[in-house]
Every structure is written in structure tokens, then in C-alpha cells.
Design a protein around this ligand. Structure first.
Ligand SMILES: [Zn+2]
Length: 308
């Protein structure tokens, strides 16, 4: 049983709140070293201003087998900060601006996308489809931060095609959402945010439990779950080049734990980019045509009416 293992790096060292491109460069070079040392695969999603600063390094990372995609913080393009406050046309425009900068530097349009703060609304997935984006980390299940226009409720934990009119359910949008790996029971920030595999959130010991819970859950699902995954994430705002940096040590600890836990649970950890995960999903699950039927769970009602 294979579990695809991806490390995502949101690259935004030039955004207004950080504004440290030199740190950004040390971070992406350092993460590149860790990926090479450990034989793992990264997905670097990059805001336009970071792309302008570091496109030569992204080309090197891509040549090493990693994926480069698009990340957006709309405030750095002159909009409000959160993508999820905009309607369809505005989201398309914001996305197209980012895609154009990516294209100018990488020579092809991006396929992978993550919005800053996982901020999205019901217009977001159709907008991603309309501009030709194909996959990415958009949802963080159970993250409920209305102040960031980021409310995900009990959206799917698994890789899925999203619904055209409701971001929290599965549907027929031609975009593969690869959610962040979370422990929905470990709440942070006053209960608003589930503990996820964000390297800078907690130490490797705490991440062990999130990895273990997600490996056991997916292994138990067996064939019913066509694509199993673990998604680690971090930002290029830490000095991953420094061998004694705490985040680097945490990242190494998380990779080691994931390998051991998969082995102990009879699974094989497969290093993957988000593109690899989405390709597996598209191969195994055809895009449903004509949408998806929802059904109310009435098992309780029928149990009572039968008098049992
Ligand atoms: Zn970001």
C-alpha cells in the first residue's frame, strides 16, 4: 500500500510582511539540500515577487525533480489580502496576473496553486479551472478563520475533485485538490486551526502523532481510498541552510518519522510532488460528469421507525 509523501514550501520571502529575499534564498537552497539528502520531493509554490527574485534557483530545483507552482498573497498585487473575499471575475484577474509573471520566468504556465492562508470561497475552484490550473493544496480541512475568508468546515481529508458551487464537498471541477494533512482533534489558535504538518507549528515529537494518525486512518481505508497522501508544509522564511536550524531539524525528524511509521504500518512511503499525487488520482478516479449527488444520512430515522 503506497502513501505519497509531499513537502510543500510556500515561497513568500518578498511579501510585505517579511521582505527578506536573502533569507528566502537561504531557505529554498537549504530545503533543496534536505530534499536531496533524504530522497524526497518538494512542491515550491511561489508568489510573483519571489519568482522575480529567485527564478534561476527554481529552475535548478525543477531540474532536480521538484515541482514549481503558483502561490498568491493578493495584497502584494494591490488587492485586499484574502482571495476568498472576491467574486469569480476578480479571482480570475488576480490569478491571471500571477500566472503571467510565472510564465515570463519559467517559460510555461503553472499547473499547481495554493492561495495564501488557504483563503477561498465557492467561486475559487471554478476560477482555478477557468484559468487552466490543474491541482494544488487549496483546502485545510476544519480550518475556520472567517477573518481570513478561510472557512473549510468538515471538507474532505482526502485528495478529491471539488464541487462547482460548494467548496466543502466533492464534485466535478477539473482541478485536483490535495488537502493539507491535519489532525482535526488537535486544535490550536483557540480552536480555529487544526494541527497540521506545518514544520514551524510544533516540534517533530508533536508531528509524530499527526503522521501516525493519518497513516493508520488511510491504511485502514485500504482500497476504498484510491490515493493516500501525507502533505507536509513550510515557508521560505526560515534559514534551512543552517544545519543547526530548529526548523531544519524538525523537517528531518518529520521525514524520518513518516518513513518509520509507514514501514511499521505495512505501507510504502513514496516521495512525490503534488503533480505526481494529482496524476495518480486522475488515473484512478475519472472526473464525474454532471456533478455529484448528495444524500441525507437517514439511518437513524429508519432505525426508529422500525422500532429497533
Ligand atoms: Zn503564503
Amino acid at each position: 500500500m503506497e502513501i505519497y509523501f509531499n513537502i510543500q514550501i510556500d515561497c513568500e520571502a518578498t511579501q510585505h510582511a517579511v521582505n527578506d529575499p536573502a533569507l528566502g534564498e537561504r531557505a529554498i537552497r537549504g530545503v533543496g539540500e534536505v530534499l536531496a539528502e533524504t530522497g524526497t520531493r518538494g512542491t515550491f509554490v511561489v508568489i510573483p515577487t519571489d519568482m522575480k527574485a529567485h527564478s534561476a534557483i527554481y529552475k535548478e530545483l525543477e531540474a532536480q525533480g521538484h515541482e514549481i507552482g503558483l502561490h498568491l498573497h493578493p495584497a502584494d498585487q494591490g488587492y485586499q489580502e484574502f482571495l476568498g473575499v472576491y467574486g469569480f471575475e476578480d479571482q480570475v484577474e488576480i490569478l491571471r496576473e500571477g500566472i503571467a509573471v510565472f510564465f515570463d520566468h519559467m517559460g510555461y504556465p503553472p499547473q499547481c496553486f495554493t492561495p495564501g492562508y488557504a483563503s477561498a470561497n465557492d467561486y475559487t475552484f471554478p476560477a482555478l479551472e477557468a484559468v487552466g490550473l490543474r491541482h494544488g493544496l487549496v483546502s485545510i480541512p476544519t480550518r475556520n478563520l472567517p477573518q481570513c475568508a478561510c472557512v473549510w468546515g468538515n471538507s474532505p481529508l482526502e485528495v478529491h475533485y471539488p464541487h462547482r458551487y460548494n467548496r466543502c464537498v466533492t464534485g466535478d471541477v477539473d482541478f485536483v485538490d490535495v488537502p493539507a494533512t491535519v489532525d482535526v482533534e488537535s486544535r490550536m489558535w483557540g480552536g480555529a486551526h487544526p494541527q497540521d504538518l506545518r514544520i514551524e507549528l510544533v516540534d517533530a515529537k508533536n508531528h509524530w502523532y499527526t503522521i501516525h494518525k493519518n497513516v493508520v486512518r488511510q491504511a485502514k481505508a485500504g482500497e476504498a481510498l484510491p490515493v493516500k497522501h501525507l502533505k507536509v508544509c513550510t515557508h521560505n522564511t526560515f534559514d534551512y541552510r543552517d544545519p543547526h536550524n530548529f526548523r531544519r531539524e524538525t523537517l528531518l525528524g518529520v521525514i524520518q518519522s513518516a518513513r518509520r511509521i509507514c514501514e511499521d504500518e505495512g505501507c510504502e512511503l513514496v516521495p512525490a510532488t503534488t503533480a505526481d499525487i494529482a496524476a495518480q488520482y486522475r488515473e484512478k478516479v475519472p472526473l464525474p460528469s454532471g456533478g455529484v449527488q448528495l444524500a441525507l444520512d437517514t439511518r437513524g430515522r429508519s432505525a426508529v421507525s422500525k422500532g429497533s
